[in-house]
Write a protein that binds this ligand. Structure first.
Ligand SMILES: *Cc1c(COP(=O)(O)O)cnc(C)c1O
Length: 349
């Protein structure tokens, strides 16, 4: 059987009549707005934001070379992740399959929605085996979660294996590209039209330096975007976020400069880390962070905290024994980290 969006959309969602807001019912030009019970004072903050985020979608569409009907915006990536469960997974019955280790929000959203979460381990070197992943699916598997570059491992998954999964799986493949701006591999976005079952997640939280405004993006077929749009909160992207995002999308050169600086800093940081006796292995990174294997992750983590430096202890995560995840910071921040690690290296462990 071929992929069919209708087949995998929950019946209640298919039947749902979405809430129609005042700003949905009238969208043309007007000068007197007496339709939404807003306060007439305190412009522009008194007005509800555009529920369809058209200006923002048009701007982003130009940047990504895609039409606005392929774009869904959420309150962070968390929102599209949750909505995918609510739209396509029947609580108590369906399941999803995800790589392990990976980003923790997929499991949280599965648990919140009472959906069984099946983990398939990456190989020891964090590469993806499409066969193994597909073997874990059955007729009740609605979503597969892939993350490339993957968090917390930092590596990009092999595009050949990703494409094989998209081609063979009859549910939706969610490919989280939160770190794609830092990655030498190309985004799959330009191939979106070929894959009616692909949802690509990106975010303004990393390369764009906008984690505080909470803007996540899902790219998919207009049909998938329509389903997600139907069940989102009507005004899910607030006015402050829409305005700031519009401003920053006009500064893509700035983003590119930040990415270049961060990647240069990553090389310098790697060169320092590799020389430290505390560090036994640097995993390959295609992102803005480095996963390192250490001689004693918890002790090093705590010694860094005492020195007011916070990294992420990932040592309890599958395949990540004694591993710490380090975000690449400014030159000054990275210098402080290296200095602290040198000090810690002199302590008895
Ligand atoms: C940081 C990150 C995100 C971003 O989440 P937002 O809710 O958009 O801030 C998404 N996916 C992964 C794998 C991440 O590491």
């Amino acid at each position: 059987m071929e992929f069919s969006l209708q087949n995998i959309t929950r019946k209640n969602i298919q039947a749902l009549q979405p809430y129609s807001s005042a700003r949905d019912e009238f969208t043309g030009e007007a000068s007197v707005f007496l339709d939404a019970n807003e306060n007439p004072f305190n412009a522009p903050w008194n007005r509800y934001p555009d529920p369809r985020q058209l200006a923002l979608k048009t701007r982003l569409g130009k940047l990504k070379n895609i039409t606005p009907d392929h774009i869904f915006f959420g309150n962070g990536s968390d929102e599209p992740i949750d909505l995918l469960f609510r739209a396509f997974c029947e609580p108590g019955t369906d399941n999803v399959v995800a790589i392990s280790p990976t980003y923790g929000m997929y499991r949280v959203a599965a648990d919140t929605n009472d959906i069984a979460y099946r983990e398939v381990s990456l190989e020891e070197d964090f590469t993806l085996n499409a066969c193994k992943l597909l073997a874990a699916t059955d007729t009740s598997t609605k979503l597969i979660f892939l993350c490339s570059p993957n968090n917390p491992t930092g590596n990009a998954l092999q595009s050949g294996e990703i494409l094989r999964i998209i081609g063979e799986f009859k549910g939706l493949v969610v490919l989280d590209e939160a770190y794609i701006d830092f990655c030498p591999e190309k985004s799959l976005l330009s191939n979106l039209a070929q894959y009616p079952n692909l949802v690509i997640l990106q975010t303004l939280s990393k390369a764009w330096g906008l984690a505080g405004i909470r803007l996540g993006m899902a790219f998919a077929s207009p049909e998938i975007v329509a389903v997600l749009s139907k069940i989102k909160y009507p005004y899910n992207i607030n006015l402050l976020t829409q305005e700031k995002a519009l401003e920053m999308l006009g500064l893509a050169r700035q983003k590119d400069e930040w990415v270049e600086t961060i990647l240069q800093q990553k090389e310098l940081l790697k060169n320092e880390l590799v020389r430290l006796p505390l560090v036994t292995l640097l995993y390959p990174s295609d992102a803005n962070f480095i996963l390192i294997k250490t001689i004693a992750a918890k002790k090093i983590y705590e010694a860094l905290v005492e020195r007011k430096i916070i990294v992420r202890d990932r040592s309890k995560v599958a395949l990540c024994g004694e591993a710490l995840r380090i975000t690449v910071g400014t030159a000054a921040e990275n210098g402080l980290l290296i200095q602290a690690l040198k000090e810690i290296g002199k302590l008895p462990m």
